[in-house]
Write a new protein. Structure first.
Length: 332
């Protein structure tokens, strides 16, 4: 006989209403309580009735997207645009889950495979544990990662370290030798992938190969906002030997650098060149030179891969690595 929600509530020592909230809105349940409920669900092999019947009919027609703080970064919006355009005329509905705490991540990754009416799931810029990846595979929820990787799951990704190398080589080829860096995701929560830090690694590696070191601000950034980037850039530009070029970890940070240059009375690119990363929508409008990573294309390709997995009932760990290229505009 299959387990019921009453069995889960009894085993976890909570009310039925709390179990229901854990299944449908895990971010609203206290982490310790949520963990007890999740352990009870796993121990009992519980599957909600609505989900069981939906599995039998196989007519969910919903694709989920799980992403961290997607409203804060244009790159997430552009990826979602690619996802949405690829789903046009497919009959699938797009459901977006925004996560802002580790509890959100764990809660959704635990409950989505068994409770949400999803045919497939796209996960953007989130780090998965082996246990979380195994759970997705075990419950048969087709999943594709975007800007992330795990050996058990397919992915659409770029090489962020290589992106930093490309940025450094480009600025060096322009004749710059005093080159600064503005980042910020060293303060990101552990569940999110710190792309800026990866780009910084490649950037430093290339500069060191040329006998150079990056010029860095004299303080540790607290956020990854354009205002924090402005503070960093002001610090760089006020140094005795300021950089002649600054590489920003993403285009949003580059906005702060441009503002700092203007406030410092420095001309761009005559006094200081500015290079971003992502090729966000606004980059073209403000003439920002940047490293393009084909954001919309990543969303479109991920959907194509996911729909193929759904229609053919296939498991795969295929990886698509998108190329990077410099888009030169007015700021370099």
């Amino acid at each position: 006989m299959s387990s019921t929600i009453y069995d889960v509530a009894s085993r976890a020592g909570v009310s039925i209403a709390t179990v229901s909230r854990a299944l449908n809105a895990p971010q609203t349940v206290h982490p310790a309580t949520l963990q007890r409920i999740q352990e009870a669900i796993d121990a009992l092999g519980f599957v909600p009735k609505a989900e069981a019947s939906a599995r039998a009919r196989r007519i969910h027609r919903q694709i989920g997207v799980l992403a961290p703080f997607f409203m804060h970064y244009p790159s997430f919006t552009q990826r979602l645009r690619g996802v949405s355009s690829a789903l046009l005329d497919t009959g699938f509905e797009l459901v977006v889950y925004n996560v802002e705490t580790p509890e959100h991540v764990r809660g959704y990754l635990h409950t989505l495979p068994i409770t949400r009416r999803l045919d497939g799931l796209l996960i953007i810029s989130l780090m998965l544990s082996d246990e979380e990846a195994a759970r997705l595979v075990q419950h048969g929820l087709p999943t594709v990662l975007i800007e992330g990787s795990h050996p058990s799951l397919p992915a659409v990704e770029i090489d962020n370290v290589e992106g930093g190398e490309i940025a450094a080589e480009y600025l060096l080829a322009k004749g710059h030798r005093r080159i600064g860096f503005v980042g910020g995701d060293r303060q990101l929560p552990g569940y999110a992938i710190g792309t800026s830090a990866l780009r910084f690694r490649g950037f430093v590696k290339t500069l060191e190969r040329h006998g150079l070191t990056p010029i860095l601000p004299g303080f540790t950034p607290q956020t990854a906002s354009h205002e924090e980037a402005r503070r960093q850039a002001l610090d760089l530009l006020q140094q005795p030997e300021p950089p002649t070029a600054i590489f920003a970890g993403n285009d949003t940070l580059a906005l702060g650098v441009l503002k700092a240059a203007r406030e410092s009375g420095m001309r761009v690119p005559e006094d200081v060149a500015v290079l971003g990363f992502d090729d966000a929508d606004f980059a073209d409008y403000i003439g920002l030179s940047t490293i393009s990573q084909s954001l919309e294309e990543s969303g479109r390709l991920a959907v194509e891969m996911l729909l193929s997995m759904i229609s053919e009932s296939l498991r795969t760990n295929r990886r698509i690595r998108l190329p990077l290229q410099v888009v030169e505009r007015d700021t370099t």
